[in-house]
Design a protein around this ligand. Structure first.
Ligand SMILES: *Cc1c(COP(=O)(O)O)cnc(C)c1O
Length: 249
């Protein structure tokens, strides 16, 4: 969507792949070289933990990029999945890093995808620019009420509990999937999903569908190979997924 939004603005989009051979690490040198070669780089979007690979990008590398490009381009880090990681948000670094913008959302860990509420965390100068272009009354009252209800201490405690269950289920699911004969690789994840490569992703997809489970088909992306993105569900849903993949053909 960042690429779509940029093109609508008439901006040029330059994409730089992550390093598959290095567990999808950020290619810091390549990103920096591309930013330096660009005529007028403005925004670098990084997603950490990344969708759909699930890995977190190296914080030190992100901060180096933001500091090196300061004054020329902003480094925008999308942390939609950060609550599912043990690592802290980069929001704490914004005070010391003028070129860093951190995006957070209530759509994932807080279960409020339909409320359309997120936040940009940046130094005052950047926020002042955003204020100039934000629509008046940008946040509907019903969203505000839903958000307030989701952020009470009781609701936050329930969210923390759900996250703890999810991360235990993520380990269990990853281990069980990795032991299945048709599974080539389960990539390490710090998000609420697993990127899984199969011998035959189409067959796995049909099995999941027959068990009434929707998983994301990623075969259109050549770098990912025969891959599906499997969201970690409830323990019952995860068992159902495993059973569907384990059943004889
Ligand atoms: C889900 C998701 C979001 C959240 O978007 P909202 O507009 O806040 O719902 C942002 N970035 C990524 C990469 C996501 O997967």
């Amino acid at each position: 969507m960042y690429a779509v939004a940029a093109r609508i603005q008439g901006a040029e989009v330059i994409e730089q792949p992550l390093r598959r051979e290095d567990a999808w690490a950020l290619d810091e040198a390549r990103v920096l070289a591309a930013a330096r070669a660009a005529r007028a780089p403005r925004l670098l979007f990084l997603c950490s933990p990344n969708n759909p690979t699930g890995n977190r990008l190296d914080s030190a590398a992100i901060l180096r990029l933001a500091r090196t490009l300061e004054g020329r381009a902003l480094v925008v880090v999308d942390e939609a999945y950060v609550e599912f990681s043990q690592a802290p948000s980069l929001a704490d670094q914004v005070g010391d890093t003028a070129g860093l913008v951190v995006l957070r959302t209530l759509s994932k860990a807080h279960g409020l995808a339909g409320a359309r509420c997120g936040v940009a965390i940046a130094q005052a100068e950047v926020i002042a620019l955003l204020r100039k272009v934000i629509q008046p009354y940008a946040i509907p009252q019903l969203t505000i009420e839903a958000v307030r209800a989701a952020l009470t201490p009781e609701a936050r405690a329930r969210t923390a509990e759900r996250i703890a269950i999810l991360s235990a289920e993520r380990s269990r699911l990853a281990e069980r999937l990795a032991a299945l004969p048709g599974v080539r690789r389960v990539w390490p994840s710090e998000a609420n999903f697993l990127l899984v490569e199969f011998d035959d992703a189409g067959a796995a997809l049909s099995r999941a569908h027959r068990a009434r489970l929707l998983v994301r088909d990623l075969r259109a992306n050549r770098m990912l190979g025969e891959a599906l993105r499997i969201t970690v569900g409830s323990p019952e849903q995860n068992d159902r997924l495993l059973a569907s993949l384990e059943a004889p053909a």
